[in-house]
Write a protein that binds this ligand. Structure first.
Ligand SMILES: *[C@@H]1O[C@H](CO)[C@@H](O)[C@H](O)[C@H]1NC(C)=O
Ligand SMILES: *[C@@H]1O[C@H](CO)[C@@H](O)[C@H](O)[C@H]1NC(C)=O
Ligand SMILES: *[C@@H]1O[C@H](CO)[C@@H](O)[C@H](O)[C@H]1NC(C)=O
Ligand SMILES: *[C@@H]1O[C@H](CO)[C@@H](O)[C@H](O)[C@H]1NC(C)=O
Ligand SMILES: *[C@@H]1O[C@H](CO)[C@@H](O)[C@H](O)[C@H]1NC(C)=O
Ligand SMILES: *[C@@H]1O[C@H](CO)[C@@H](O)[C@H](O)[C@H]1NC(C)=O
Ligand SMILES: *[C@@H]1O[C@H](CO)[C@@H](O)[C@H](O)[C@H]1NC(C)=O
Ligand SMILES: *[C@@H]1O[C@H](CO)[C@@H](O)[C@H](O)[C@H]1NC(C)=O
Ligand SMILES: *[C@@H]1O[C@H](CO)[C@@H](O)[C@H](O)[C@H]1NC(C)=O
Length: 345
């Protein structure tokens, strides 16, 4: 694959040897999700971030912290990657970038209104993601601010940015309209749901997309995090069943639930081969009350206490491991945008 060749050249040129991490980010998704999932990652120099474009028609476009919904000159841009709503099987277009420094990289979708709907993403946001997101959403409040006309007209040379016509004033969608939330299960091989805890309204859909291995999402209860709610209280709960995903799959199975009330809802992965995923913290919550004793953190801690192996230490991810190359300005040259002209699959 050309992609590997490029990267290997870059690494060989610097003598930089380190196991790179390949981060997967889903762009959009089933049910009209207007989001990048996950919406932020920490990465070290040499890591790869692969964006997989799902339904319906999005971009991955570089912007800046101060102006979240405006492409920066010379920044990368995937262009629009349309995928029909009923196309659930792919293969989906993909674009990869190689992380060239540990400074933050800010990204948005330049489909009309998506940025002000919060469709933004960051690599190494360094604690500033919430501010970036708020600034993106705030662009929807001003009728005169759209990313399209102002930004593209003022920059004389933005060869990688496809020009678009001026869009009408954005309208902020009512926050009470049902939303689809996309949760990645086992993304990047991790024993986790990403995001692991969310706030959702009645009528919202939560779609779990199974990215790797062989997991479930199964409803449990706060006091008994790693057992079916049905077994502990008789209440029938949801259960996706096992969703095995062979390595190299192009097709990620999904399971959806509808939120019927705003009570806290608890769930876990019931895989216990070779060891309990739930006991390793693979749990999920909807509408946990963070200011009560039944917070998501408390639920996760209870799962680890009841079903974990007491002596096990959770594998700490060395996201911020400093290395000699992080400060090497040369690496800027290796910020390679690999737009999905060729499918990765
Ligand atoms: C990164 O992950 C994507 C999606 O899972 C995969 O298609 C690609 O081959 C991976 N790249 C590398 C360098 O491992
Ligand atoms: C990234 O690292 C910071 C601290 O270095 C941490 O607070 C944050 O939770 C991490 N974010 C992710 C998405 O792992
Ligand atoms: C994708 O969105 C762009 C920008 O709104 C539009 O020009 C293009 O026609 C759309 N493509 C499809 C196939 O809907
Ligand atoms: C799904 O979309 C991808 C990317 O546009 C395309 O290559 C593929 O053929 C589509 N699959 C179907 C079944 O339409
Ligand atoms: C709960 O979700 C938020 C938002 O995604 C995240 O920042 C936080 O780390 C999660 N809590 C835990 C314990 O994972
Ligand atoms: C998935 O895990 C379950 C439970 O451990 C097991 O019964 C099933 O055979 C596994 N499926 C595959 C394809 O590995
Ligand atoms: C919502 O209600 C439907 C129908 O009664 C049920 O199948 C579903 O599991 C419920 N959702 C949750 C999250 O409990
Ligand atoms: C958690 O532990 C309980 C009690 O030993 C057991 O019944 C349950 O199957 C375990 N669940 C998982 C997912 O490991
Ligand atoms: C969350 O818990 C706190 C403390 O128990 C309580 O005062 C508050 O009303 C709860 N919030 C909701 C929305 O239930």
């Amino acid at each position: 694959m050309r992609f590997f060749t490029l990267l290997q050249l870059a690494l060989a040129a610097t003598g930089f040897v380190r196991a790179q991490v390949n981060h997967t980010v889903i762009v959009g998704g089933p049910g009209g999700v207007v989001a990048y999932t996950p919406n932020q990652i920490n990465a070290t120099v040499g890591d790869i971030v692969t964006f997989i474009f799902q339904q319906k028609n999005h971009t991955v476009t570089q912007s800046s912290f101060n102006d979240p919904c405006t492409p920066i000159e010379g920044g990368f841009d995937s262009g629009f990657q349309p995928v029909a709503e009923d196309n659930l099987s792919g293969p989906f277009p993909a674009a990869s970038i190689t992380v060239a420094s540990e400074t933050p990289v800010w990204i948005f979708c330049r489909q009309t209104h998506h940025c002000s709907m919060g469709m933004v993403f960051a690599i190494n946001p360094n604690g500033k993601f919430d501010a970036f997101l708020a600034a993106a959403e705030a662009t929807g409040n001003s009728a005169s601010t759209t990313w399209s006309s102002s930004s593209l007209a003022s920059s004389s040379s933005t060869p990688t940015i496809t020009s678009t016509s001026t869009s009408p004033s954005p309208t902020v969608p009512s926050s009470s309209s049902p939303t689809t939330h996309l949760i990645l299960v086992g993304n990047d091989g991790a024993l986790s749901y990403s995001p692991s805890n969310i706030t959702a309204q009645v009528g919202d859909t939560i779609t779990f997309q199974f990215m790797a291995k062989n997991h479930t999402v199964t409803q449990s209860s706060f006091n008994d995090p790693c057992r079916k709610i049905e077994a502990t209280s008789g209440t029938p709960g949801f259960d996706s069943g096992f969703m095995p995903v062979p390595a190299g799959s192009v097709n990620f199975p999904t399971f959806s639930i509808t939120v019927n009330d705003t009570n806290p809802t608890w769930a876990y992965c019931r895989q216990d081969n070779p060891s309990s995923h739930c006991g390793q913290g693979m749990v999920f919550a909807i509408n946990a009350n963070e200011s009560s004793s039944k917070s998501f953190e408390a639920f996760k801690a209870l799962a680890e206490e009841l079903n974990g192996t007491s002596s096990s230490t959770s594998p700490a991810k060395s996201n911020a491991a400093p290395n000699a190359y992080a400060t090497c300005g040369l690496l800027i040259n290796f910020l390679t945008v690999y737009i999905g002209l060729s499918l990765l699959f």
